[in-house]
Design a protein around this ligand. Structure first.
Ligand code: ADP
Ligand code: MG
Ligand code: ZN
Length: 482
């Protein structure tokens, strides 16, 4: 029988960082006193009418555009009905048919293999309030009572739903990471998993090989990091496989990831969409998104992470370095400016992602707290290309620049690290060494190229280690070949 294969689809909620809430003028703010950012609309007082937030619509169009989606010209809002104390209206305004964006895709790379995840839909909704259970451990079971804070009620929320295209926990994690980078690059959300401004639900099922029909899925919630996403999915794949191997059945249900125990736990039997009695929101007209507006959003789209990585690789960095640079706006910015100022991209990429990053970790500093500028990186690069500085010495100089000891040239001179690259002088040294070692030179001229190292070593000795070894080696080779 074919091996078990996992089928995974991810639903992601992203809280947009707009000035005001989705359907009212209340501020979107975190960590403020409970119930201070509320009004009749987000508290669901009678007669309050929702008015959509243009900034939020622009946010979702940005996300949909970055995910290569179709933007629907007319989009509809629906009521998704359910009772929960943190939902004062007893319904959430959401979307159903005709969401703002549909039919998108996102390409990710796992182990060097590109992989396309279909995006079913990207729709607009609103967040709920927050319950706080008062008791020993903040859990609902043994709480004495619960408190409600409606500051989050009505905060714009975008939901991004994938096709069941993902096959491994690693791919799911890579998808989550890339989506987070995109959302951050677009500047529409800080997308912090641990704070809940980005939240994943993982739908997982298993089946007997790629040709079998899809199995019954479970949906796991409460994954607060990319690592948890991967762990929760891995756990769920193993659990389902075991149940099926033992002749059991998978129940379609919602499960909860328990981070401490590393397990998923059954929460409730999964509701079907009919259970929510979706119907079109009577207080709102269809949302019209005009072509010009959509085109402007597209034209203003910043360079996306994948485009940036490809550009860095095109400049000469390796894929891993490109990823590190693209993931960190401060480091990427320094790299871009350094290259623009004339630095060799490959060299600059390695310095920044290795030496600079190690320095920042060691000193517990951020880049702006150091003395390093893009011009310094460019100067250092030029010194190495010109042969004034060895690449080994360049690392010491870079660390001294970071510490604020001066410019690369000043430091190299002060530390007596400038190499001799005066070819007239070096040629005389090479000739002198050859004259002293005629036997060795004959071997070299006879084709024993290993002897080059000997001659370079001799010149380095005579010059107190100051000669540019690359230049000397080239001269010795030329002499040997007559
Ligand atoms: P719901 O709101 O009921 O969770 P959605 O359509 O919003 O339904 O999301 C369903 C998610 O589950 C999608 O990401 C979809 O790709 C995924 N999915 C659907 N069927 C399966 C399956 N058999 N196995 C794994 N994932 C699935
Ligand atoms: Mg779901
Ligand atoms: Zn309000």
């Amino acid at each position: 029988m074919p091996e078990w294969e996992a089928v995974i689809g991810i639903e992601t909620h992203v809280e947009l960082q707009t000035n005001s809430k989705m359907f009212c003028g209340c501020a979107v703010a975190f960590g403020e006193a409970p119930n201070t950012n509320t009004c009749p609309v987000c508290l669901a007082l009678p007669g309050a009418i929702p008015v959509p937030n243009e900034e939020a619509i622009e946010g979702i169009v940005k996300i949909g555009t970055a995910l290569d989606s179709t933007i629907n010209k007319d989009s509809l809002f629906y009521r998704k009905n359910y009772f929960y104390p943190d939902l004062p209206k007893n319904y959430q305004i959401s979307q159903y048919t005709f969401p703002v964006c549909e039919f998108g895709k996102l390409e990710i790379v796992v182990d060097g293999e590109p992989f396309v995840v279909g995006i079913t839909r990207v729709h607009m909704e609103e967040d709920t309030g927050k319950s706080r259970h008062v008791g020993e451990d903040g859990r609902i079971h043994d709480a004495s009572h619960s408190l409600l804070d409606f500051n989050r009620s009505g905060v714009p929320l975008v939901e991004i739903v994938t096709e069941p295209d993902i096959r491994t926990a690693e791919q799911a994690r890579a998808y989550g990471a890339e989506l987070q980078r995109i959302v951050r690059t677009l500047g529409v959300s800080d997308a912090r998993l641990e704070e809940g401004s980005m939240r994943f639900d993982a739908n997982v099922s298993v089946r007997r090989g790629p040709d079998a029909e899809f199995g019954t899925r479970t949906e796991t919630k409460n994954v607060n990091s990319l690592r948890s996403l991967q762990r929760a999915i891995t756990f769920e794949i193993d659990r389902q496989t075991r149940v099926l191997e033992e002749g059991g059945e998978i129940i379609q249900e919602t499960r909860h990831w328990n981070e401490d125990k590393g397990v998923t736990i059954s929460m409730r039997i999964k509701e079907e969409s009919e259970d929510y009695r979706y119907f079109q929101e009577p207080d709102m007209l269809p949302l019209e998104i005009d072509e010009a507006w959509q085109q402007r959003v597209k034209a203003e789209q910043p360079e996306l992470p994948a485009q940036k990585r490809a550009r860095y690789v095109g400049l000469g960095t390796d894929a891993h370095t490109a990823e590190l640079l693209a993931d960190d706006p401060a480091l990427g910015g320094l790299f871009d400016q350094a290259v623009q100022a004339g630095a060799n991209a490959k060299q600059a990429g390695i310095w920044i992602t290795q030496e600079v990053v190690a320095y920042l970790r060691r000193e517990e500093k951020s880049l702006v707290e150091t003395a390093l500028s893009a011009a310094h990186v460019a100067e250092l690069s030029e010194m190495v290309s010109a042969g004034d500085l060895s690449s080994t010495a360049s690392k010491d100089v870079l660390n001294a620049v970071l510490a604020g000891d001066g410019t690369p040239r000043e430091i190299a001179e002060a530390k007596d690290l400038i190499q001799i690259s005066d070819s007239g002088f070096l040629e005389a040294e090479v000739d002198a060494v050859i004259a002293d070692n005629t036997d060795a030179f004959e071997k070299l001229a006879g084709g024993d190229m290993k002897m080059i190292g000997f001659f370079v070593g001799q010149v380095m000795k005579r010059t107190g280690g100051k000669a540019d070894p690359r230049l000397v080696s080239e001269m010795v080779r030329n002499k040997a070949q007559g």
